[in-house]
Design a protein around this ligand. Structure first.
Ligand code: NI
Length: 167
């Protein structure tokens, strides 16, 4: 990491990661009553299981690729957690841990241990993975007869990517 330009680029990438987590937590917070138990199909994971899975996936890659900065892994990957506050706390914690690890690897120029040609690919992989489950969560709610109102969910999800905060 040398130039101001590189530093700004890293900040923008880390900001995209922060926004991704904000969107995920906003989706969680916007769930209707009983939404955590919804599933797209019988045998599909519930919404609660998908949220806890995303948290777990962040941490398992972190433990394999940046072990010295890893957080403890939860015992179970897919959990029927009923408390949205607990899930939000988990997501915020794993988002912070991933952010710190990627920032450290980029700034020190160290390689990821098991996967990824570049530490930024870890962020991109997680954003892609979480977007995939984001769609599944919305589908599960639709299937359960509790669809989100697009007018209400858009401003706390899609708009978080697009809104300009600096004018
Ligand atoms: Ni997955």
């Amino acid at each position: 990491m040398s130039t101001t330009h590189d530093q700004k680029l890293l900040e923008a990438l880390l900001d995209s990661w922060d926004r991704n987590n904000t969107i995920l937590v906003n989706l969680l917070r916007a769930l209707p009553q009983g939404g955590l138990e919804a599933r797209a199909l019988e045998g599909s994971p519930s919404v609660a299981e998908m949220f806890t899975h995303m948290h777990y996936v962040r941490l398992i890659f972190l433990s394999e690729d940046v072990p010295e900065l890893a957080s403890p892994l939860p015992e179970k990957e897919w959990r029927k957690e009923r408390d949205p506050d607990r899930i939000a706390a988990m997501l915020n914690e794993s988002a912070r841990a991933v952010r710190e690890a990627v920032k450290d690897r980029v700034e020190t120029g160290q390689e990821m241990k098991e996967h990824y040609d570049h530490p930024i690919l870890f962020l991109q992989h997680m954003v892609w993975h979480e977007g995939y489950h984001h769609g599944q969560i919305k589908l599960a709610l639709k299937a359960a007869g509790k669809p989100f109102d697009d007018e209400a969910i858009g401003p706390v999800t899609w708009d978080v990517w697009m809104d300009k905060t600096e004018r």
